[in-house]
Design a protein around this ligand. Structure first.
Ligand SMILES: [Fe+2]
Ligand SMILES: [Fe+2]
Length: 530
């Protein structure tokens, strides 16, 4: 009695300890392995298999052990080989009653087999084939279903060949109930982890959907939002693995890596609200359409007016200075002006003061529209054409820059778990610069954590090399890297990260996957290091 009590309390303690250990395990593969190991220990089994039930109603071999044959698959060991086909629960719509593990899952019941070779209920040709190949004898099998919080079967724990001092025996009633208790503990731990994994997968898919939504709006932005997190994680992995430089002893935790991944994917989330005509403004006069066509029309009008004036004066026989050669010159001048404004509208190179004065001169010319004499260019057209660099005017730039504040504002509305709480901050800092000259907050130095600096460098490098921008070709690696170096020297981008980017050849690893091969040119790493 005392002995029994001791054994019972001993077993209870064992189960409690196992339950605790299982609930602490966060890695699902290791958890599965631990479940099988503990089940084998508690039942003194030579082998066993842990199956998980997949969506297609098949039991997948996750972990397989056979101690006397030194076979260990799954978990911390190699994956279970593909020739162990998943067990179908249903064949042609009918329950697979031949397979003991399938019946265990379908009927959610424990099945205890004393000897597979004498059993008449199930087909054990699989284990028999294994026995032949490995000179083994599969005898006793114990199959226990694993059930989730909704009492649905999520897997099967199958133990093989219970051992006692005389050799292989069958599973006693006591062992069966012990394994069932362990299975229910294991099911709780497993269900928790599966639910967490499901949540993570759902969230991961959801954040990737943001990039897809942006891609529907603008292909290049979608590509950018997909590539920046990849480069971000490439840099973060390198920080974790490098043995050199300032990051040799630094490691991001798994939680920090997840947080960075999410922030990377969502960094430009605010662009969902950026008007398309600003986001894709390919010329200076483009709004919902390119207003240069209106200006061309005005030039035509101007030419027609001059011609009319010429013929009228001829008709009236009035001696005028509008001679035919004068007319010709005026028409040539108009065509030249039109070509000049067409070039200015593209915004490819920066405008000189001389060019700006010429725009002003053209703008101040007069034209008769609907009987009203007005300036040739409107104030808005003149201002846009005089944009010094690129195609965006001050108002456009403000709208574009507001995407970062909006990223922060929108992302800040989500109820993050603790380990993701910095996502809005990291995402909202990707246009900040080390010297405080960035936006939206002008944060500098220590206010910018490493995570924000990583996203910032990834954002710039992707932007420079992007092969899919409609208005500019992706830069060659040498040009992009030199611009990055310039930004480092200008205290805009983190120096240590840039040096890591160079010395670990991250620029090249990234480029090989994500930019056109024509952009990959020779790089002198020694010259680049800062
Ligand atoms: Fe951005
Ligand atoms: Fe970005």
């Amino acid at each position: 009695m005392n002995n029994n009590q001791n054994t019972e309390s001993g077993n209870l303690q064992k189960l409690i300890n196992i339950g605790r250990a299982l609930s602490r395990e966060k890695n699902i593969n290791i958890l599965l392995e631990k479940i099988l190991i503990e089940a084998r220990n508690i039942s003194n089994s030579d082998g066993g298999t842990l199956y998980l039930l997949k969506d297609d109603n098949r039991l997948n071999f996750e972990i397989m052990h056979n101690e006397s044959k030194n076979i260990f698959y799954g978990g911390s060991a190699d994956k279970v080989p593909d020739f162990f086909y998943p067990v179908k629960l249903y064949i042609d719509g009918k329950p697979n009653l031949n397979s003991v593990s399938a019946v265990c899952a379908i009927e959610a019941k424990t099945i205890n087999i004393k000897d597979a070779y004498t059993d008449r209920n199930y087909d054990f040709s699989g284990p028999k084939g294994f026995d032949k190949k490995h000179d083994y004898r599969s005898k006793s099998f114990l199959n226990v279903p694993l059930k989730n919080h909704k009492e649905e079967v999520i897997g099967v724990l199958q133990l093989l060949n219970a051992k006692n001092k005389d050799g292989i025996t069958y599973y006693s009633k006591e062992i069966v109930s012990l394994v069932e208790s362990l299975a229910s503990q294991a099911s709780i731990a497993l269900t928790n982890q599966l639910l967490i994994e499901e949540q993570k997968l759902l969230f991961k898919s959801f954040i990737q959907l943001v990039a897809e939504a942006l891609e529907k709006k603008d292909k290049a932005t979608g590509g950018h939002c997909t590539r920046v997190p990849m480069l971000t994680m490439m840099i973060a992995d390198s920080i974790n693995t490098t043995n050199l430089g300032p990051y040799a002893k630094f490691q991001f935790t798994d939680d920090e890596m997840e947080e960075l991944y999410v922030a990377g994917w969502l960094h430009d989330f605010g662009k969902v609200a950026t008007p398309e005509h600003v986001m894709n403004k390919t010329t200076k006069l483009e709004c919902l359409f390119d207003k240069i066509d209106l200006i061309f029309l005005r030039f035509e009008l101007l030419k027609r007016d001059i011609k009319i004036e010429y013929y009228e004066s001829k008709f009236k026989n009035v001696e005028d200075d509008l001679s035919s050669s004068n007319l010709k010159n005026k028409l040539i001048e108009i065509d030249n002006d039109a070509r000049f404004l067409k070039d200015c509208n593209i915004g490819g190179e920066s405008l000189s003061d001389e060019m700006k004065s010429r725009i002003e001169k053209i703008a101040s010319k007069k034209i008769n529209i609907n009987g009203k004499v007005v300036k040739f260019l409107t104030k808005d057209e003149e201002e846009n054409l005089k944009i010094s660099r690129g195609t965006l005017n001050k108002k456009d730039i403000k709208i574009m820059q507001s995407h970062v504040s909006l990223s922060y504002e929108l992302l800040n509305k989500l109820p993050y778990p603790n380990h993701l709480k910095n996502v809005p901050f990291y995402a909202g800092c990707h246009h900040e610069k080390i010297d405080g000259s960035g936006y939206p907050n002008g944060y500098s130095g220590d206010k910018l954590p490493l995570q924000a600096r990583v996203i910032a460098i990834a954002d710039v490098f992707e932007g420079l090399t992007a092969p899919d921008r409609p208005y500019k070709e992706g830069y060659k690696l040498s040009k992009a890297m030199n611009i990055l170096k310039y930004m480092v020297k200008n205290h805009e981008i983190d120096k240590d990260l840039f040096n890591l980017f160079v010395s670990e050849k991250l620029y090249l690893k990234y480029a090989k996957k994500h930019v056109d091969s024509a952009q990959i040119d020779e790089i002198n790493e020694q010259e680049l290091l800062v």
